[in-house]
Write a protein that binds this ligand. Sequence first.
Ligand SMILES: Nc1ncnc2c1ncn2[C@@H]1O[C@H](COP(=O)(O)OP(=O)(O)O)[C@@H](O)[C@H]1O
Ligand SMILES: N[C@@H](CC(=O)OP(=O)(O)O)C(=O)O
Length: 453
Amino acid sequence: MKVSKFGGSSLADGHQLQRVFNIVNADSNRKIIVVSAPGKRFTDDIKVTDLLIKYAEATINDQNTETIISDIKQRYHDIAYHFGLPQESLTDIDQQIDHLAKKHYRSFDYLFAAFAAHGEYLNAQLIAKVFTYLGLPARFIDPKQIGLLVDDNARSATFNTQSYETIAKLDLSTSERLIIPGFFGYTNNGDMATFSRGGSDITGAIMARALSADLYENFTDVSAIYAVNPNIITHPAAIHQMTYDEMRELSYAGFAVFHDEAIIPAIQGGIRINIKNTNDPDAPGTFIVPPTEVQETRPVTGIANSNRFAALYLHRYLLNKEVGFTLRILEILKRHNISYEHMPSGIDDLTIIFDKTNLSQDKVDAMLADIAADIRPDTLKWLPSYGIIMIVGEGMRNRIGALTEIVTPLKENGISLQMVNQGASEISIMLGIQPDLADSAVKAIYNNIFKIE
Ligand SMILES: Nc1ncnc2c1ncn2[C@@H]1O[C@H](COP(=O)(O)OP(=O)(O)O)[C@@H](O)[C@H]1O
Ligand SMILES: N[C@@H](CC(=O)OP(=O)(O)O)C(=O)O
């Protein structure tokens, strides 16, 4: 049995959904179908998830929601009309969209989460109808029904691993395909809570592990994972196979094609992952597997960079001598409910790197004010954007000269670095860089390592 997840780009309109139908219909092992909300149909289009977030904002601010509601409904109607589904089959979906603004929510965060989750929730309902209408019996499965529980973090929830047992009870003996919305689960209070953005990949991985799938197929819009983001370098080298750890580090550092948290259930369950292209389903794609299965040897597997980081820089003489100094800083972070990503330090200097997608300006200001008052640093700077580059590969374990291959092309191109972190992970080297230099740095490093003239 396979779990097949289709991303927003694969479900953006009726034409794409027809391709998805053909893929699912072609293989009876594709039993569990995890779906995202309709994504972008063209470059400047808006994902349904983002339309729903706008709808949530307008609702909170008591603004007129007529246009946004009609835009959201239209996305689902267009898909239904493409297949000639009768008008009545949309009544229920329309009502759920209208009803969203009338419900009571525990907090604004839960309101946002419920609105955003409906992108997937409604799409899964619609897709089950379309498949059945086209002659492939399919049933919508609400994550509530299978006990897919998450913790109380409304918009960046963590899966409750006790749910594996309940999900495993799902009856697979039916001839129907089971259509499960990705991206969200339910809290113990019965509220919808979403994973972080791109989190439908996580639902797919949870289902694959819970049901001990033979394969987790993740369908997207590229024929492979490439050694560099194809938006930075045209036609970069394709990666045919990579290990779980390589994928985790690369997706964390910017390979948006697969969510970094989605690797964890796959590792724990030993589930192989195959990234495939909905628009080119015969291409083998990329396999993400345990290290023993990787046959290719190469010095570096991939180079990722991300612009989702921000940093705090702090300087104070004799910082190294002060007992409990880091603890005091961490207590301030805890008080403001802020987690950090990395904390490189020197004798008198400390940089703390944050994921800015989880930070509001108010939170940052309050944290900086407390640090200034409690720690009294000589210098305290907030860098709203901090570039991170990660060079990743199992081949980097104990390899002499890895850093030279990275730093030499940067020197030749006059690109300076703010931080180098080698050794924390055996398979990666992390660079901190001015964000506007990150793309050029990635190009220079890629061209040197992959010997592109
Ligand atoms: N190294 C990489 N290899 C392939 N695609 C990448 C890479 N880094 C970033 N991407 C981007 O990830 C996109 C697919 O991810 P995403 O938009 O989340 O897909 P989906 O809509 O299927 O969930 C690709 O179109 C590509 O632009
Ligand atoms: N729809 C959600 C979850 C998701 O995974 O979407 P996609 O498959 O389009 O990345 C988002 O936009 O974040």
